[in-house]
Design a protein around this ligand. Structure first.
Ligand code: CAA
Length: 287
């Protein structure tokens, strides 16, 4: 198939890597000039590391890169695509602005997928005018490593769309779960509540960030504590999810003051070099 990924932040780049490695012709596009080309280079480097570790062959890297390209415009990148996956920031208006203009150039029955962590698939599909073909494909960070993809069924998403989505996700080597379109789906509402509570504990001085994380890593065998994970995901991403869930579900999702302050200060986590930790060469160092 031909698959287009729009938005080449951490998630978009990672999703494109997975899709291209799985054999699909893959195009990426980002509204920020030069960012799509940077993502292709980033994927080439990631694949080089996998070759060096003996995880993939040199031939698979070369074939994957042959299938991967950066589009010069969203419409150019989407022309004839069988699947479009949107991975732009968590803002319904932005998602509509990105997807609406490309609908007419996609293949006739193309899947219109969004990687949103919490926004309504039902609303997106209705406002795009293609509710039956709109679906949530929620990947996890880092996409090349994480096994799960939530397949989110909007109120009017067709059975055919769900079935094609499940085939697509399995073909990427991932395990899908089908989830009803409720705010925060099955994972985000649990994930962000743990992160938010860890932040409130930090505000109260219960323990240091490192020790709160160590508690969950050693006591509960989480691969990564909730504050380190917030740094990995991005503090801005977590704030947007919490704000949305506070509006949709209730006060238990009110964003902690420390999160709001850190986002305002530009401390967004790993991608900005500092969050609850300092990130040096991709490794968290206690602040
Ligand atoms: N891209 C590709 N591969 C990566 C990677 C990345 N960004 N980060 C790590 N890896 C690979 C490493 O190369 C390594 O591979 P090998 O085993 O083949 O050598 C493997 O993952 C393990 O990495 P490390 O040994 O460096 O470190 P680790 O064992 O601590 O694992 C981790 C790192 C996979 C990120 C692990 O800590 C983990 O699973 N953390 C939790 C991640 C998580 O919960 N993600 C979900 C976030 S929520 C979300 O994404 C949804 C949302 O809507 C916000």
């Amino acid at each position: 198939m031909t698959v287009t990924v729009i938005g080449t932040g951490t998630m978009g780049q990672g999703i494109a890597q997975v899709v291209a490695t799985s054999g699909h012709t893959t195009r990426v596009f980002d509204a920020v000039d030069g960012r799509a080309i940077k993502a292709v280079k980033g994927i080439a480097e990631q694949l080089e590391k996998l070759v060096a570790k003996g995880k993939i062959t040199h031939d698979l890297r070369a074939a994957t890169l042959n299938r991967l390209s950066a589009g010069t415009s969203a419409r150019d990148a989407c022309a004839g695509a069988d699947v479009v996956i949107e991975a732009v920031p968590e803002d319904m208006k932005l998602k509509l602005e990105v997807l609406q203009p490309v609908l007419e150039v996609l293949a006739p029955k193309a899947l219109v997928a969004t990687n949103t962590s919490s926004l309504s698939i039902t609303e997106l599909g209705a406002r795009l005018g293609v509710p039956d073909r709109t679906v949530g494909l929620h990947f996890f960070n880092p996409p090349p490593v994480m096994e799960l993809v939530e397949v989110v069924r909007g109120l009017s998403t067709s059975e055919e769309t769900i079935s094609r989505s499940l085939d697509f996700v399995r073909g990427l080597g991932k395990t899908p779960i089908v989830v009803r379109d409720v705010p925060g789906f099955a994972t985000s509402r649990l994930g962000v509540i743990l992160g938010a509570e860890a932040m409130r504990m930090l505000e109260m001085g219960v323990a240091s960030a490192t020790d709160i994380d160590r508690g969950m890593e050693l006591g509960y065998r989480h691969p990564m504590g909730p504050l380190k994970l917030t740094d990995l995901v991005g503090l801005d991403v977590r704030l947007a999810i919490l704000e949305h869930l506070q509006r949709e579900i209730g006060e238990q999702f009110r964003p902690p003051a420390i999160l709001r302050a850190m986002v305002r200060a530009g401390k967004l986590g790993k991608k900005s070099g500092e969050g609850f930790y300092k990130w040096v060469d991709g490794v968290p160092v206690p602040n």
